[in-house]
Design a protein around this ligand. Structure first.
Ligand code: PMP
Length: 404
């Protein structure tokens, strides 16, 4: 069902995205990716001709939809190098992290234990742990960044103690584009007996993943940043950890047997999926994985790194630009233009048909660390090309002329 994709001609990729029709220069993929026709068609079919609910298989259509839904889970598991019973469908990365905090966290952490986060985390990888702290009394430590904006693993090694039960780091920073060496972080966490949770939101669309090789314990990401639908994402957790986690939300589909005196629960992952699941979204999620793998993760990484390097090079030539993040950042370029607020720049660029993100990017502690209220952020997807960079640079020139 997947349309084979070639990226030899970038315009051919762009043409598969109806959301980009009319020459829009979309540079906000880190917030959410546009959707290729193949994903749109898969969701339309799932919502139309193929639609039925799942797990109520007394009629053929529902049985077929159940197979398709579980095939989607298998597809996501393959994509990560995990097993299908290790994949929990969630509403997205945010819900996946909250799920881990409120199940594994509540079951395993107590006052006196510590969690290590980093300065560059997205609010979704901070606030759930603060809620857990308020509930259990665990302490939160923050790993600093290197000068160029990576999580400083040498510092992490110094901070970690046997009191640390969890390390939760972003694989790729949504602001700086810096890439974590996950295997190294896993080694440090495991050396003190802590688990490693990786927030893979920005890595999953652009870096080939293998949870076994990375040796992490939890990996979370959202489908909508990976050319798939909103409203769905995945939690991967190592099988033995997931099996031991208590249920979270109660309701239909997560049970084994319900009696008023006592309820027994379904095994993982169903135990964590109460209620009718996001069926259409799961089918779209699998279609997005198919599409991305048909293009190739290596191609994605190479393509976006090339555009990132090119844009950084162009911006570095200007004497009115501050660039944030390391030179080898992946797909994401955050910058500030002297004397022009990122929101004003974003508005002017919008008039030029260029969409960037301006703001704190749900990373206020990182903004505090950088000493800015906000940054302008251009982020790339597989559909971007040099023309998008040219349009951005032209828009920046116009902003300069307007603001003097
Ligand atoms: N972590 C990172 C690094 C992100 O970029 C995002 C999305 N901006 C999230 C977590 C949260 O993802 P979602 O809103 O899809 O749950």
């Amino acid at each position: 069902m997947t349309t084979p994709v070639t990226i030899n001609a970038e315009s051919a990729v762009k043409a598969q995205f109806p959301g980009l029709a009319g020459g829009w220069h979309y540079l906000d993929t880190a917030a959410s990716a546009q959707k290729p026709q193949a994903v749109i068609e898969a969701t339309v079919r799932a919502m139309g001709a193929d639609y039925a609910t799942v797990h109520r298989g007394v009629y053929a259509r529902s049985a077929e939809m159940t197979l398709a839904f579980e095939a989607a889970r298998r597809r996501v598991a393959e994509f990560l190098g995990g097993r299908e019973n290790e994949i929990v469908f969630t509403r997205g990365a945010t819900e996946a992290i909250n799920l881990v905090a409120q199940t594994w966290g509540v079951q395993n952490l107590k006052a006196g234990d510590r969690i290590l986060l980093s300065t560059l985390e997205h609010h979704s990888n901070i606030v759930p742990w603060q809620l857990l702290r308020d509930r259990t009394g665990v302490a939160i430590d923050i790993c600093p960044l290197t000068e160029d904006g990576r999580i400083d693993l040498a510092a992490a090694e110094r901070i970690l103690t046997p009191a640390h039960k969890l390390v939760a780091f972003a694989h790729v920073s949504n602001v700086l584009g810096s890439v974590l060496h996950v295997e190294h972080a896993a080694g440090l966490a495991h050396a003190v007996g802590a688990k490693l949770l990786v927030d893979g939101c920005q890595a999953a669309p652009r870096i080939a993943l293998d949870v076994a090789a990375m040796d992490c314990d939890f990996y979370v990401f959202s489908a909508h940043k990976l050319y798939g639908p909103t409203g769905i994402g995945a939690l991967w957790a190592r099988g033995e950890i997931l099996d031991a986690m208590p249920p979270w939300q109660g309701g239909g589909a997560m049970i084994d047997r319900v009696m008023f005196e006592k309820t027994t629960f379904a095994p993982a992952p169903q135990r964590f999926e109460a209620g009718t699941p996001a069926i259409i979204e799961a089918i779209g999620f699998a279609a997005a994985v198919d599409w991305l793998e048909a293009v190739g993760l290596d191609t994605a990484e190479r393509h976006e790194r090339r555009l990132t390097a090119r844009l950084r090079e162009e911006l570095a030539r200007r004497n009115d630009v501050t660039l944030f993040g390391p030179a080898d950042s992946a797909g994401i370029v955050s910058f500030a233009l002297d004397g022009i607020h990122p929101h004003d720049l974003g508005t002017i660029l919008d008039e030029e048909g260029v969409a960037i993100r301006a703001g704190h990017h749900c990373a206020q502690p990182l903004m505090d660390h950088l000493g800015v209220p906000a940054t302008a952020r251009a982020s790339f997807g597989l559909y971007n090309d040099e023309s998008d960079i040219a349009a951005l640079l032209k828009g920046i020139e116009r902003a300069r002329r307007i603001f003097g």
